[in-house]
Every structure is written in structure tokens, then in C-alpha cells.
Unconditional design. Structure first.
Length: 530
């Protein structure tokens, strides 16, 4: 039974699918302090949050069973991603569910700003009938600058067109073609500052976007412009904004998000006549909350059952087509890594993943964490390493990682070779995923084999001489160890050879020693695939 803790208010309707899963038990406990969460978290496999719960390093240190954190929303800035990744905890979000809702909130703010709706409401309900103080502006014909043209920014731009606004914008990842298609004119940020009547920000908060609108940007803005922030507090410098309002550069501002949330009750925005505010309500609609809850429910089930997760933020996303193409090789790479780690001495220095045949035209980068997991879990313990943290752990240990491709396969049509260089030696194994058969090791170094990675395998390097097979068989037989299968491979008659024995149980230390002392035997290794 997987135990899931929901620590922020998340739509019950959306969580139904999770609550109904036979192998999941859901507990809802909201409003916990950090210490209260620390005391509880050790018992849970999954944690679901919105933005209120701050998932700190201290919480993650206590989260001994935790496999996954689901964020019902977009921003994961309330989760210590680095600490989660090191611990091999998958973090995923639900980035699509609140896009339109947040875009609509941005528009609501823009219109409220243009027509002073909140201020007019307050004075009207207070008894005044003031028709002079709230002279607004039309959106029609105005220039809207959008910083960050991702999911929400693009939706805002689309709606702005319906209001007959001209949209200009900046996003490092939006192509000219796509921008043209959407009717957006891309230009540098400074030019946007000079031209726009309204500016709305839709970037994440990063070191690049922190205070991306600050004193200098305000100083070059068109007088009388208006700004909106429904993305993240800190993208617009709050102090510089107040100065720009006082100087008459900015006519009004609408903020849903703040540098510190919740802001102090004395925050100067709350008393400024030309600033309107909402308490981080961008995603707060019934529809969006159901959408994100449904999305996290589905993903948490996938994740706990070790199935692919669509929106993991601390693992590279693999497009569906590529995932299908690589599907047979994920387990194979893990198995190749596992076998290689057990047959190689020395400290791991370099891992190379090489593919050949039909795979040569495929992006094999997603296979790297699986190969590294196989190798590192042997050295660091299987509970310490998974595909989330394998790359981090390898890099932290100074391991060089390479991928190579070749059109020419030596045996099967598509094959993968993992090559491991240590401080003492270099070894490699090759595998293939055979139709109707499954994953197989097909070469150990230069020796052809056909080996299923299961149980205990004895790998014996020897000189190609008569009598050795009998000698080995006798020794194992006398020790009560049954040989299930045997394969031998050699490069040339009388040269080096390998003997691969699948045995039914672990070979005791003294039998390994006895095998190693046979004169023609150079090395004996046991590979445990259990
Ligand atoms: P997204 O990832 O789809 O889009 C963000 C875009 O910002 C990307 O296209 C990225 O290329 C761009 N970007 C990054 N750095 C940039 C820079 N320096 N200059 C210009 N563009 C840059 O994200 P989204 O789903 O559109 O969300 C946008 C923001 O809105 C996020 O900060 C998110 O957390 C926030 N959000 C807030 C609420 C709310 O309740 N107020 C709700 C949902 C999302
Ligand atoms: C988000 O990042 O999705 C938003 O901040 C919305 C939220 O969770 O309230």
C-alpha cells in the first residue's frame, strides 16, 4: 500500500482517482508547520502540495520513504529541488491545468487596471457616487508587452489580439516563425520597455528574471504605462515600481504575487491608490483546481508504479515517440551497467554508452541515467541510487559520461554497449533487446554470449585449454552448486576464453577461491542480478 500525504488544499474531486486506486491510501493534513511535517513525513511514499507547503531540505532529510512529490500547479519554487534530486525523489508538476485560468486572471487585472474597477467599487459601496475620479483607458489600439511567452504568455497574447491590441514580446525560446503565427512581434526587452502601454510578465522567477523590471527598465519606459505581475513575486522590483509610480512613469500596477508571501499587512502596495492587488489567485478557479488535481493524481499513480511520468521537473522529459523507441533499452542499460560494475575493479572514471545499428539515428541520452543507475547502485547500494539522481551522483563523483553512435552493429541489428573505465581497467558489455525474447547480454568484451540477466552468473576468464570445464564442473558439484546453463567463448584456439555459468545459488567464498586457484584460470567473478 502506497501512502500519499496531501499537505495543501487540493480539489477532492480531482483527487478521486487517487483515492480510488486499490494500492494507495490518501491522508489529507493541511496547514502543517515544518516541524509537524518533519514528524509525519517518514511514513509516506508520496507528498502532494500546492504552493503553501515549503518542502525544505529538513523535511526531505526526514522523508525516508518518499519517492515522489507532486505539485498541483506550475511553480516548483516551494520545493528544494536539489535536495529532492540528491535523494532520488521525483518531483513533478501539473503545468497545463491552470494556464487559461491564470491568463484570464491576468486579463481581469489588466481590465480592472485600465478602468479602476477595485477603486471605483470601494468608493461606491462606501456611499460615494464618484464619476470623475476613475477615468480609464481603452485596451484597443494599445501596445501590450509580454515578457515570457510560454504557456500563459501565449494565451494572454492570443486574447490581446481579440481586444485589438498590438502584442510585442520577448522569450529566449520562442521562434520567429511561431511568433509570426501568433501575431507577436519579438524584440529585445529594452525596446519593449520603450514601446509598451501595458507590460505583463509570465516568466518563472530565476536568477535571470529576478528584478528583470527594475529602476533602469522603469527609467526608459513610456510615461503613463501600466504593469501587471501574475507570475511570481520578485520579477518586478517592488521598491523601484513605487518610485516609478511616484515619478509618474507608471500610471498603475496590478499584482497577484509578491516578493514575500503573504506580504506584511503594512506593505506599501496596499495603500497605494494606483496599485491593485489579489492574494495569489491566478490559478484559483474551480476548473483549474480540478484540472491540476486530476493531473497530479494520475501522475502520482504512474510514478509510484514505476511508469513514465509526463511532467517530472528533475528528470529530463522524453518525448513520447522517443520513449517508445527506447522503451526496450531502459532495463537493458540498467542490466548492462549492473553486470559491468561487478566485473570491473577500481574507481569508476568514465562511462560510455554506445549504440549501433538502427539506434544510431536515435537520441540515446535518456538511456544514460539507466546505465549509471546500474553501475552506481552496485557501489553505493540499490536504495541510494535511482534514475532521478544517478546523473547527479555520477557527476558529483567526477565520472565522465560519453555517448557514441555507430551505424555498424557487429551482431544484432540494434545493440548497446556500455564501456566502463576505472582507475585500473577498461571493460565493456554489449546487449540487445530481442523481439519476443527480451533483453540479453550478447557480448562480454569481445566474447559472444547470449545471457539473460537473472540470478547468479559466474564469469570465468581462462586460457583456452582442455580439462578446465571439467575441473570447474567438479568443484561446483562437490560444493552442491547446480549449474543451470553454461556457455564458453574464445577469441582464437588456445587463446583467451571465457566461461559463463548460470548457477542456482550464491557461490561461497571458499569455492570462489578454489576456482581462482586453478592454474589456467585468470579471474573469477560472480555477477548477482537479484
Ligand atoms: P512556462 O514555462 O510555460 O513559460 C515561461 C516562459 O518564460 C518560457 O517560455 C521561458 O522561455 C520564458 N523565460 C524564461 N526566462 C526568461 C527571460 N529571462 N526572459 C523572457 N522569457 C523568459 O510557464 P507558464 O506556465 O506560462 O507560467 C508562467 C509563470 O506564471 C510562472 O512563473 C508560473 O509559476 C506562474 N504562474 C502563476 C500563477 C498564479 O497563481 N499567479 C499560476 C500559474 C502560473
Ligand atoms: C502555480 O505555480 O501553479 C501557481 O502559483 C498557482 C498555485 O499553485 O496557486
Amino acid at each position: 500500500m502506497y501512502k500519499v500525504l496531501v499537505s495543501d488544499p487540493i480539489s477532492d474531486y480531482g483527487l478521486q482517482q487517487l483515492a480510488c486506486a486499490a494500492d494507495v491510501e490518501v491522508t489529507k493534513k493541511t496547514g502543517l508547520s515544518e516541524d509537524e511535517l518533519i514528524a509525519l513525513i517518514g511514513a509516506y511514499d508520496a507528498l502532494l502540495v500546492r504552493s503553501h507547503t515549503k518542502v525544505t531540505q529538513r523535511i526531505l532529510e526526514a522523508a525516508v520513504r518518499l519517492k515522489v512529490i507532486g505539485r498541483a500547479g506550475v511553480g516548483v519554487d516551494n520545493i528544494d529541488l536539489h535536495a529532492a534530486t540528491i535523494r532520488g525523489i521525483v518531483v513533478f508538476n501539473a503545468p497545463n491545468g491552470n494556464t487559461v485560468t491564470t491568463c484570464e486572471h491576468t486579463f481581469a487585472m489588466m481590465m480592472a487596471l485600465a478602468r479602476h474597477i477595485p477603486q471605483a467599487y470601494s468608493t461606491t459601496v462606501a456611499g460615494a457616487w464618484d464619476r470623475k475620479s476613475f477615468l480609464g483607458v481603452e485596451l484597443r489600439g494599445k501596445i501590450l508587452g509580454v515578457l515570457g511567452l510560454g504557456r500563459i504568455g501565449i494565451e494572454v497574447a492570443k486574447r490581446a489580439a481579440a481586444f485589438s491590441m498590438t502584442v510585442i514580446g520577448y522569450d529566449p525560446f520562442l521562434t520567429e516563425e511561431k511568433a509570426d503565427e501568433l501575431g507577436i512581434k519579438l524584440m529585445p526587452i529594452d525596446e519593449i520597455m520603450r514601446k509598451a502601454d501595458f507590460i505583463t510578465v509570465h516568466t518563472p522567477l530565476t536568477s535571470d528574471t529576478h528584478h528583470m523590471i527594475a529602476k533602469r527598465q522603469f527609467s526608459i519606459m513610456k510615461r503613463g504605462m501600466r504593469v501587471i505581475n501574475c507570475a511570481r513575486g520578485g520579477i518586478i522590483d517592488e521598491v523601484a515600481l513605487l518610485e516609478a509610480l511616484d515619478e509618474g512613469i507608471v500610471a498603475g500596477a496590478a499584482f497577484d504575487v509578491f516578493e514575500k508571501e503573504p506580504p506584511e499587512p503594512s506593505h506599501p502596495f496596499f495603500t497605494h491608490p494606483n496599485i491593485i492587488v489579489t492574494p495569489h489567485l491566478g490559478a484559483s478557479t474551480i476548473e483549474a483546481q480540478e484540472n491540476v488535481a486530476v493531473a497530479v493524481s494520475k501522475q502520482v499513480i504512474h510514478c509510484l508504479r514505476n511508469e513514465p511520468v509526463q511532467h517530472a521537473v528533475n528528470m529530463p522529459a522524453i518525448p513520447a515517440g522517443l520513449r517508445n523507441r527506447l522503451q526496450p533499452y531502459f532495463t537493458l542499460c540498467d542490466q548492462l551497467g549492473k553486470s559491468l560494475a561487478q566485473m570491473t575493479d577500481g574507481t569508476v572514471r568514465e562511462v560510455s554508452i554506445e549504440c549501433a545499428g538502427g539506434l544510431a539515428d536515435t537520441d540515446i541520452a535518456p538511456l544514460v541515467p539507466y546505465a549509471l543507475k546500474g553501475i552506481l547502485s552496485h557501489h553505493l547500494g540499490p536504495e541510494q541510487v535511482n534514475v532521478v539522481n544517478a546523473l547527479y551522483m555520477a557527476k558529483e563523483r567526477g565520472v565522465q559520461i560519453k555517448t557514441r553512435k555507430s551505424l555498424i552493429a557487429q551482431g544484432m541489428a540494434d545493440e548497446i554497449t556500455i564501456r566502463l573505465k576505472t582507475t585500473m581497467e577498461e571493460r565493456w558489455v554489449t546487449g540487445a533487446a530481442l523481439a519476443g525474447v527480451g533483453e540479453r547480454l550478447i557480448r562480454i568484451g569481445p566474447y559472444p554470449v547470449e545471457l539473460k540477466a537473472e540470478g547468479y552468473i559466474l564469469l570465468i576468464s581462462q586460457l583456452d585449454q582442455p580439462g578446465i570445464i571439467g575441473h570447474v564442473g567438479m568443484l561446483l558439484g562437490e560444493s552442491g552448486i547446480n549449474i543451470a546453463t553454461m556457455q564458453v567463448g574464445r577469441t582464437e584456439i588456445g587463446g583467451s576464453a571465457v566461461m559463463i555459468l548460470k548457477v542456482d545459488k550464491k557461490v561461497p567464498e571458499q569455492v570462489m577461491k578454489a576456482l581462482s586457484s586453478i592454474p589456467a584460470i585468470k579471474r573469477v567473478r560472480e555477477i548477482n542480478f537479484n
